[in-house]
Design a protein. Structure first.
Lengths: 381, 381
């Protein structure tokens, strides 16, 4: 039976080429990069090469890359690492950030910091003038994501970064959903700190990076042997780092081809699904990730559409899959004005390299069927 | 040419059986454990099974296992996680802990905590009566490692744990060097928090665990989607966790056989190397890890013995390999009374599953040669 995975914003399969690049580092070239003998030298070389490869993919210097255990750790390091040791106390972020940004901010609020959570418009866009107005003399950090993980809306990062730079404020962006999908150029983007996750771009889980602009001062979260220029201690995960850097490089190489194809597939998907009675598209119609489609079916009877689709071997998401077994309604959908009920009648489909035209038609057909007749659900289709 | 890896305290190769167990989770069963569809369910199942497998290996309950990115993160979570939100301010540890314990303690000192660094005797042993005497009403945490990573000395953990329990003080032990080598029984060991690293026991790098006794209160270091019972957010590294849990299980299964064999090999190694003029064994003669041999050659001319041995394809260590490119003399050797000069004339050999009798004789021969004639070095051997 056909299986259609359309949950690439949650995670992606490791690319076979990436896995092949990783394999020698598990059991053959298994050295600790801190060891002085030849096993250590081989590991160190793989680490250095990975750093060069990753930095080239985002046009940064190699020594501006800090390898971490993933996007969540990168976000935590960016936010808390900037906050600790800073005399100023005010942070600006927005209401639709990933919890890996929001929860560090809430933690810092408990420690006496002040955080402004900017609203977004109905498309999920942060208003640049709101950013500007929120800045006080006490503001040391602005953190606004590059693109949203649920509704795919792309924020005006360069403009926000320009404002931050003008005021001497550190600017962090969570690029977990955009790395490998949108061009990232650290020489041009007005960004001081940028988070990337490997497993969202066909690399292995358990690894990621934080870009740290030269000169940006950070306190480490994980202290120890002084790895990663003392910003992130712990024996380096060489196979993971090798895999991640190859996956990032590959994503950049394939970006233009992938992007064109995915945009076409996504547009067909959106057109087909919007034929469902009353169905609405969430997120910005134009400023959105090429692989994201997010719908609300307000007339649909209360059913678990994700489970129903899963029974048809279509794998989709109802909300951010990075929230482990959380039951509350999505804070993102709430922020763009959906009621809790509407949020529960929503569906995210995120496309990837493995999807093709046939998948799209299959998914449209099943969704139209499941939501047809004024969105009544029949027993079997 | 013969290659002899004797640096297993730095890192170990991934066991082929372990790698095989991991492989399906990279590109086939690649789901996010938080997803509700069948890819997610498969990932969640693998996670749950890994947790049961890991907990069985240390006789804990599954929900007492928190998966982390490795031993350093586990140590940081144990120490800072206990400190944050605690009203008391005093920590007891010792001078020969790994930097993953010492540096979080130093960080906490900067934040206003008070830390007692207990001395050790010339064998590296912590004195239990010193632990007892150091306790004040303000003490909330004792952290003493199970066995030392450089000299292999095994601490009286159960006795220290008993003292801590009597006083209602949280007891953490860094078991990175002992997990898979010494029996760990969480129902008997009087330990509240215990750190394990995967790559020291033939599992993959980038993963580890913190055992957290039911009821022990911790603040997370990494905030986000609420994974790992809200103690460690971030999409779970399923292939890594699967590999780690298999490696831990395997190490426990093979423990008695491995231990007997390694003890025999190590004793032969120590006997052979001690034939070198003036050579001394560091660490405790009896209370030491079965795979650790650590020597000082005080009469040896200043040479880089590790590099010389590496040229003979023998891979050993001069100090803790977890200290990335640090140049200072070992704090461990200094704490047991060695001068900086003696520390620089020291050598650590740590055995593992791949070593055999032939390796031992080869290493003894090369060390005897390199250090012979009153420890003069000849140009070539």
């Amino acid at each position: 039976m056909k299986r259609v995975y359309m949950d690439h914003a949650s995670t992606t399969p490791v690319d076979p080429f990436v896995l092949e690049a990783m394999l020698p580092y598990f059991s053959e070239k298994f050295g600790n990069a801190s060891s002085m003998h030849s096993f250590g030298v081989d590991a160190r070389r793989a680490l250095d090469e990975s750093r060069i490869r990753a930095s080239a993919a985002i046009n940064s210097n190699p020594d501006e890359i800090v390898f971490t255990s993933g996007g969540t750790e990168s976000d935590n390091l960016a936010i808390k690492g900037t906050a600790y040791g800073n005399k100023k106390r005010h942070i600006i972020t927005d209401r639709i950030e990933h919890k890996a940004v929001l929860n560090p901010c809430r933690f810092l609020e408990e420690k006496g910091f002040k955080v402004t959570y900017l609203p977004v418009d109905r498309y999920g866009l942060v208003d640049i003038t709101e950013v500007e107005k929120s800045i006080t003399k006490d503001t040391f950090l602005i953190s606004v994501m590059h693109a949203n993980n649920e509704i795919g809306t792309i924020q005006p990062i360069e403009e926000i970064g320009e404002i931050a730079a003008d005021k001497g404020i550190i600017f962090h962006t969570d690029a977990v959903q955009t790395a490998g999908k949108l061009p990232l150029n650290m020489k041009k983007m007005n960004v001081d700190l940028l988070s990337i996750s490997s497993h969202k771009l066909y690399g292995p889980k358990g690894v990621g990076a934080l870009y740290v602009r030269e000169g940006a001062r950070l306190e480490p979260l994980i202290h120890g042997g002084g790895h990663e220029k003392n910003l992130r201690s712990g024996t380096e995960n060489i196979p993971g780092i090798v895999g991640f850097s190859h996956a990032l490089e590959l994503s950049v190489k394939k970006m233009s081809e992938d992007s064109e194809r995915l945009t076409r597939l996504r547009d067909r998907l959106i057109k087909g699904v919007l034929e469902v009675d009353c169905c609405r598209l969430n997120g910005h119609p134009k400023k959105r990730l090429q692989n994201n489609a997010h719908f609300t079916f307000p007339n649909m009877k209360q059913i678990d559409l994700v489970s129903e689709l899963s029974r048809k071997n279509i794998y989709a998401s109802a909300a951010s899959a990075c929230s482990a077994h959380s039951t509350g309604a999505s804070h993102v959908l709430s922020a763009i004005g959906l009621t809790a009920e509407e949020a529960c009648k929503s569906l995210r489909l995120t496309l990837g390299r493995i999807n093709n035209e046939e998948d799209i038609e299959y998914v449209i057909e099943k969704i139209q069927y499941l939501t047809k007749n004024g969105c009544q659900i029949t027993e079997n289709i």
